[in-house]
Design a binder for this molecule. Structure first.
Ligand code: ARG
Length: 415
């Protein structure tokens, strides 16, 4: 009996071709694993598709709830945006897929696992590191990293072998999607000067075709997790689906990013992430109300580290656990509601309230309810400015040679 291999099967070009290519090359019996994190419209259909291609067993797992609860929500609580821009949809999905691949391989006594990542991307790193961490005994086969076919050749291979694939010459993009967002690569997008054509977008309407009237939505959060939309309590899946729809209809959530990949390449990435974009914005707005200046400042630094770590495939690291623990601790009072205005591709926070709000009307107002005592400001200003005042008196030389002055001199020279 030949060894078994669990192959991550999405129904996309590379994994479809792999179903035929792997047993041919490695003489192993293929078990496919399809993980639905919001990317599989019909799990039964994909199971049948794999079975029709003659695999030993086709396993499908609906992991949407786990994905949202254990991956998307913690990332939202951290306001995770890679390079301040990309909400990390693909990067968040990979560790979960790695985990399920490892678990399935163990369950079925497989010696190897396989995925469809190429040798140029981040996804191979995320999956391989995840699998090596959770199940180091497994051999990893990444056919698209080995076979050396161009995308066009891969498509030709599929056509020749009667393998059903979604991409044709007319649809040249490489797509990865889940409930947190949709990534589009390849084709005409590879020239960063080209504006992404409308056919690259599926979840979002072009702002010149969106409603002329603004849409207002209200998002309820409990401890940093969205639990309701427009006053209605919703489970995570429904909430994300509804929010992707309404924000997408208003053209919100398009991202065009020149991204620094872990493998050293700059790549042009186009994303659609309507729900993620609005939720991160709303969540940040609620944190502005409920966290102190110092908490917000420190959390921003954590967010950068946290986002990098997820992007770089270190989900299963102790560092991740430590940062996540900090983030979780900051969320105990991040409860309340945020009102967002969606209009012509723009989302804007226009209202916020929280039972734990640190915003005090009585302190902020210029009206007669004011309880702030301005006489306290005088002494405070004396002490606040004391070190600066002292320094200028004792180190006058600082001023003459200050870097600001020398910069001015340099600028003059350039002229
Ligand atoms: N650049 C993004 C990332 O590294 C998205 C990758 C999308 N993958 C794909 N096969 N289209 O997370």
């Amino acid at each position: 009996m030949s060894d078994k291999i669990v192959l991550a099967y999405s129904g996309g070009v590379d994994t479809s071709v792999a179903i035929k290519w792997v047993p041919e090359k490695y003489k192993m019996e293929v078990i496919t694993l399809t993980v639905d994190i919001g990317n599989v419209p019909d799990l039964d259909a994909i199971k049948k598709k794999a079975e029709n291609m003659g695999v030993k067993q086709a396993i499908v797992i609906d992991a949407r709830e786990t994905f949202i609860k254990d991956y998307c929500w913690p990332a939202l609580q951290a306001n995770a945006l890679y390079e301040g821009t990309y909400p990390l949809a693909t990067a968040l999905g990979r560790p979960l897929i790695a985990k399920l691949l490892a678990e399935t391989a163990k369950k079925y006594g497989a010696k190897a696992v396989s995925h469809g990542c190429t040798g140029k991307g981040n996804d191979q790193v995320r999956l391989d590191v995840g699998i090596n961490t959770l199940a180091p005994e497994l051999k990893i086969i990444a056919p698209a990293r080995e076979w050396g076919m161009t995308r066009e050749e891969t498509i030709q291979y599929a056509l020749k072998n009667k393998i059903p694939i979604p991409a044709t010459k007319k649809n040249p993009y490489s797509i990865d999607e889940n409930l947190w967002g949709r990534a589009v690569e390849c084709g005409i997008l590879e020239d960063p000067w080209n504006e992404p054509p409308e056919d690259a977008f599926v979840w979002t309407r072009s702002p010149d075709k969106t409603p002329t009237k603004a849409t207002y939505i209200e998002i309820d959060f409990e401890e940093g997790i969205p639990v309701g939309l427009n006053g209605e309590k919703l489970d995570g899946i429904t909430l994300l689906e509804k929010l992707n729809k309404v924000a997408g209809e208003n053209g919100v959530g398009r991202i065009d990013h020149i991204e620094n990949r872990l493998v050293g390449i700059k790549s042009r990435e186009v994303y659609e992430a309507p729900a993620a974009v609005v939720l991160i914005q709303a969540h940040q707005a609620l944190e502005e109300m409920t966290l102190t200046k110092q908490q917000l400042r420190f959390k921003q630094n954590v967010s950068v580290e946290y986002s990098d770590l997820i992007y770089n495939g270190l989900w299963f690291s102790a560092m991740h656990q430590d940062l996540a623990a900090y983030v979780l601790s900051t969320q105990r009072f991040v409860t309340g509601s945020i009102r967002v205005k969606l209009w012509k591709g723009v989302s804007m926070v226009v209202g916020r309230k929280s039972p734990y709000s640190l915003y005090s009307f009585k302190l902020a107002t210029y009206d007669k309810e004011d309880i702030f005592d301005p006489s306290h400001a005088v002494g405070f200003i004396q002490l606040w400015g004391l070190p600066t005042k002292t320094q200028v008196q004792l180190q006058p030389v600082m001023e003459k040679n200050s870097s600001l002055n020398s910069m001015k001199v340099k600028k003059k020279n350039i002229k």
